[in-house]
Design a protein around this ligand. Structure first.
Ligand code: UGA
Length: 463
């Protein structure tokens, strides 16, 4: 099938490359001239595991071509909209990129076009889009608009696209539905050639859910805000554990074993970040308000998340006492592992606060340093985690990159001013860290001296 994808950000580029991988001929456009040039020359503007290989492969045999928006509109009957919908100051999603794209599509199109919304948009956007396209159509084109939200996690986006748990299609016309069913058939049947081989699951089942457009749009916002709610919930339980002398690792495990709850998204820490959860939680609160529904529950989710930064800073201050003039090593800048994305990354918020306190920060991240440096040029970026720890009064773990679990901790401890690790993600193994002579402060009561606090409490009761 010939498909166009408009917008080559995380979602658009992954969508374009994966649709090419499953056998379609894809034209992908990007309005940022520099980014487009890079893509046309075989460069990938983002770090996303596995993406570079499938883009290169598809470009080599002409299944994936990059170019302008006008060319993308003219090249295919099926057009995926993957442009940004960033938050406005009031929390609403900014749909101006979608509106201006719709105007161009309406003006250039002839015949039948199926417009597929992949960008995250508020409920009722598809119906607005259809009205806009039809009213502005200059050359007598006929349009269908479908909602087809993405559920791609940064860091495993290629895997998630090719092996999803569900594909949701919100469509009002028979023709639109059959086109999308045919387009996704290789993924639903898992019949394509998978580039991920080793991690490709056997007998994977994909559910294709066809709904009306409004429901599909709402599924996306509801999914993200539910997951965000889980994270804020476990973060509050973690505070309770800390105050009451319980261990969040045990508590999270204990509740996650109930299949009605599930163990995913119960990792406590410095809060959720990235370009999706923070904006989507705000957006659904605003959407609910517009429809007269009070979603205070999600306002609280957002508030709890914002307070994680101050809560973590409190931990640091408690350990270091006077902050001015201290040197702190930071491991991890990205909002989560396996990505170079630092948008709304809690690590950057924490570092900004440290700088205000007069702390000297030296940081390491395997992928995100370059992007972080654009936002925070005033700190020292190190080439490895050992250099970031050298001479430091404490090391903070702010992103749980797997490589931090395999460091030579003895070497780290020897070069630090004080061997103290404050782990914002409970990413390191407590026993291991303690065995190398570190003091360790994690989240939710997981700490070297905290364990003895529990023991002390027990001793009091025993007395
Ligand atoms: C999220 C959703 O998981 C995807 O399904 C969705 O498609 C995507 O948003 C989107 O809307 O585009 P992503 O933002 O890549 O994906 O990241 P997640 O893995 O969901 O993590 C979000 C944040 O929550 C991260 O900062 C992460 O560190 C934090 N988190 C996650 C926790 O603090 N604890 C957890 O247990 C899980």
């Amino acid at each position: 099938m010939k498909i166009s994808v408009i917008g080559a950000g995380y979602v658009g580029l992954t969508t374009a490359a994966c649709l090419a991988q499953i056998g379609h001929k894809v034209f992908c456009s990007e309005s940022d001239a520099e980014k487009l040039r890079k893509l046309q020359n075989g460069g990938i503007p983002i770090f996303e595991p596995g993406l570079d290989a499938i883009v290169a492969d598809a470009m080599r045999d002409g299944r994936l071509v990059f170019g302008s928006t006008d060319e993308a509109i003219d090249s295919a009957q099926v057009i995926f909209i993957c442009v940004g919908t960033p938050p406005l100051p009031n929390g609403d999603a900014d749909l101006s990129a979608i509106e201006s794209l719709a105007r161009t599509i309406a003006q250039r199109s002839t015949g039948y076009k199926l417009i597929v919304e992949k960008s995250t948009v508020p409920v009722q956007t598809a119906s607005q889009l259809l009205r806009h396209l039809t009213n502005r159509s200059k050359l007598g084109a006929r349009f269908d608009v479908a909602s087809n939200p993405e559920f791609l996690r940064e860091g495993s986006a290629v895997y998630d696209f090719l092996h999803p748990e569900r594909i949701v299609i919100g469509v009002e016309s028979q023709q639109g539905e059959s086109i999308l069913r045919e387009l996704y058939a290789p993924i639903v049947g898992q019949t394509f050639n998978c580039p991920l081989h080793a991690s490709c699951p056997d007998g994977h089942t994909v559910t294709l859910l066809v709904t009306d457009a409004n429901s599909s749009e709402l599924i996306k916002h509801a999914s993200n805000s539910f997951l965000a709610m889980k994270v804020s919930f476990i973060n509050m339980i973690s505070d309770l554990c800390e105050a009451a002398g319980a261990d969040i690792s045990a508590v999270a495990k204990g509740i996650g074993l109930d299949s009605r709850i599930g163990s995913a998204f119960l990792n406590p820490g410095i809060g959720f970040g990235g370009f999706c959860f923070p904006k989507d939680v705000q957006a659904i609160v605003r959407i609910a308000e517009k429809f007269g529904c009070n979603f205070d529950l999600l306002k609280e989710v957002e508030k709890i998340n914002q307070e994680r930064i101050a809560q973590f800073l409190g931990k640091i201050k408690k350990e270091l006492w006077v902050m001015r003039g201290k040197k702190i090593g930071v491991w991890g800048l990205a909002f989560k592992p396996n990505t170079d994305d630092v948008r709304f990354a809690p690590a950057l918020s924490i570092i900004r606060e440290l700088l205000l306190e007069g702390v000297q920060v030296q940081a390491y991240d395997p992928q995100a340093a370059e992007r972080a440096a654009q936002e925070l040029p005033e700190i020292l970026y190190c080439d490895d985690p050992y250099l970031a720890a050298e001479g430091a009064d404490a090391v903070l773990v702010l992103t749980e990159w797997p490589e931090f679990q395999h460091l030579d901790l003895g070497r780290v401890a020897r070069t630090m001013e004080r061997p103290l690790i404050i782990d914002g993600r409970n990413a390191l193994a407590l026993n291991d860290v303690v065995a190398h002579g570190f003091e360790y402060v994690g989240i939710g009561g997981v700490r070297s001296s905290g364990l003895s606090k529990t023991i002390q409490q027990k001793a009091v009761f025993a007395d």
